[in-house]
Design a protein around this ligand. Structure first.
Ligand SMILES: *[C@@H]1O[C@H](CO)[C@@H](O)[C@H](O)[C@H]1NC(C)=O
Ligand SMILES: *[C@@H]1O[C@H](CO)[C@@H](O)[C@H](O)[C@H]1NC(C)=O
Length: 301
């Protein structure tokens, strides 16, 4: 038989009929090896799937889980401008038209007509009040209503009567907002220690105060009076927390208008605005975190 001649050769290694071995192993031995690998890899796959599942369970669709790592909110203003500079000439409409235009666009979502739907908006009171709990993120209530914010609160900076926001008279307005951070509860200051003296009287319950002043010592006394328009002249707590884009699609941030009513003309001035709160921090790296500064130059020549 040809198989006999092949004794000890390749084909008998492949299948040794005498000893009933395949590739040098018996059926029972193969069975054990294959069984071992099946169990081993199933086990690995199990660990892998389990880990992913556990991770997914802790991640909610609506709420960022690693909230602690989200930086405190940025403080930004409209009009935004290149190099944070607001420079214009009272006598030349062209120099401030772009600012007024961008502020009108910014305020568009805040117009009365946009906030009519009672299923989407509700009144949250004209004065600062505590956080508004709108249920758990994971509850099946679905999307939440947003607090209305009426433009009239911004007074002469509302753009309703004066469509140029004070620029024409050399009393420019800035509209300031705290950027949205999902599930962030801004906490008002609990003491006056870290707050500049002339801002201390702004500390009151249920509001995050904002204060603007000269950034450089040499500008002291040149900025003139600054007026603030907003609920409690700051950021009232009833507008927080924000539930995120999916659950809070109509959300409007509370705004504060800052108006410089007696600026020194024809001089470049540096102004810095800050909000104050227990969990509001400033950063060297992020110049908008909790504060911003802006160059102002109004020319009347
Ligand atoms: C901070 O100071 C102002 C005025 O000096 C005072 O009205 C206010 O109650 C103080 N707030 C706190 C939290 O100490
Ligand atoms: C405006 O500022 C000037 C000093 O820059 C001051 O003399 C004047 O009294 C201020 N006007 C008002 C209405 O505060």
């Amino acid at each position: 038989m040809p198989a006999d001649k092949d004794e000890g050769g390749w084909s008998s290694y492949l299948w040794n009929s005498e000893r009933k071995e395949f590739l040098g192993r018996t059926g029972g031995s193969w069975f054990k090896i294959i069984g071992f690998y099946i169990i081993f890899y199933s086990f690995l796959a199990g660990i892998f799937i389990g880990t992913i599942q556990a991770l997914l369970l802790t991640l909610s669709v609506y709420k960022p889980t690693w909230q602690d790592r989200v930086a405190p909110p940025g403080l930004t203003h409209s009009p935004r401008s290149e190099k944070s500079e607001l420079a214009f000439n009272l006598n030349d409409v062209e120099t401030y038209l772009k600012y007024a235009k961008s502020m009108r666009d910014f305020l568009e979502p805040y117009s009365d007509e946009k906030q009519k739907d009672p299923l989407k908006y509700e009144d949250c009171g004209p004065s600062p009040s505590p956080y508004k709990d709108r249920g758990d993120f994971d509850s099946d209530i679905g999307s939440r209503r947003a607090c209305r914010f009426e433009r009239t609160i911004l007074g002469p900076c509302s753009g309703i009567e004066d469509r140029e926001f004070g620029f024409k008279e050399g009393k420019p307005c800035l509209i300031v907002k705290l950027n949205r951070v999902v599930n962030f509860y801004p906490r008002p200051p609990t003491n006056n220690e870290s707050i500049p003296e002339d801002a201390q009287q702004k500390v009151q319950p249920n509001v995050i105060p904002i204060h603007c002043t000269h950034k450089r010592e040499e500008d002291a006394g040149k900025i003139g009076e600054i007026k603030y328009y907003g609920i409690g002249n700051g950021f009232p707590l009833q507008y927080y927390p924000y539930y995120g884009k999916i659950l809070h699609p109509q959300y409007l941030q509370p705004l504060v208008a800052v108006q410089f009513v007696n600026l020194t003309m024809n001089t470049e001035l540096r102004v810095e605005c800050r909000v104050f709160g227990d969990n509001i921090k400033y950063s060297e790296k992020d110049r908008y975190q909790g504060k911003f500064d802006i160059k102002l130059q109004v020319t009347n020549l």
